[in-house]
Design a protein around this ligand. Structure first.
Ligand SMILES: [Zn+2]
Ligand SMILES: [Zn+2]
Length: 121
């Protein structure tokens, strides 16, 4: 019997809508929250996930910020917590973006599939 397994890095958008004053460019910008994780797949079915990390891409300047895991998980579980500018750790990188032709949202340049609607870009 042959096992087909693969380890991949994935990204998923978290449904969260909030505008804050951006700590980097000081504009009033949309917080786009997503998380990345490493996934082990067996026969193309994800069986194990680890290395979950949350980050925020600001809609104003596309600055990328890291967000604490506790806070990220609470927001993902729809607990009544909010992201504030103080929670964001500036990673000093910018996202290269392109626009999804299906839903119109901006996604990272390197992605072939939209993390918002799942369509191929
Ligand atoms: Zn900004
Ligand atoms: Zn889309």
């Amino acid at each position: 019997m042959i096992f087909i397994s693969s380890i991949t890095s994935k990204e998923k958008a978290v449904d969260y809508n909030k505008m804050i004053i951006c700590p980097r460019c000081e504009a009033y910008g949309q917080v786009n929250l997503s998380y990345t994780y490493t996934s082990l797949s067996l026969f193309f079915i994800p069986v194990f996930k680890w290395n979950k990390e949350y980050y925020v891409n600001m809609g104003c300047c596309h600055g990328i910020f890291s967000l604490g895991k506790d806070l990220g998980e609470k927001i993902e579980k729809k607990k009544s917590v909010e992201i504030w500018a103080e929670d964001l750790i500036d990673l000093n990188i910018e996202m290269q973006v392109k626009t999804c032709s299906s839903c119109g949202k901006q996604v990272a340049y390197e992605y072939n599939y939209c993390p918002h609607c799942g369509r191929r870009i």
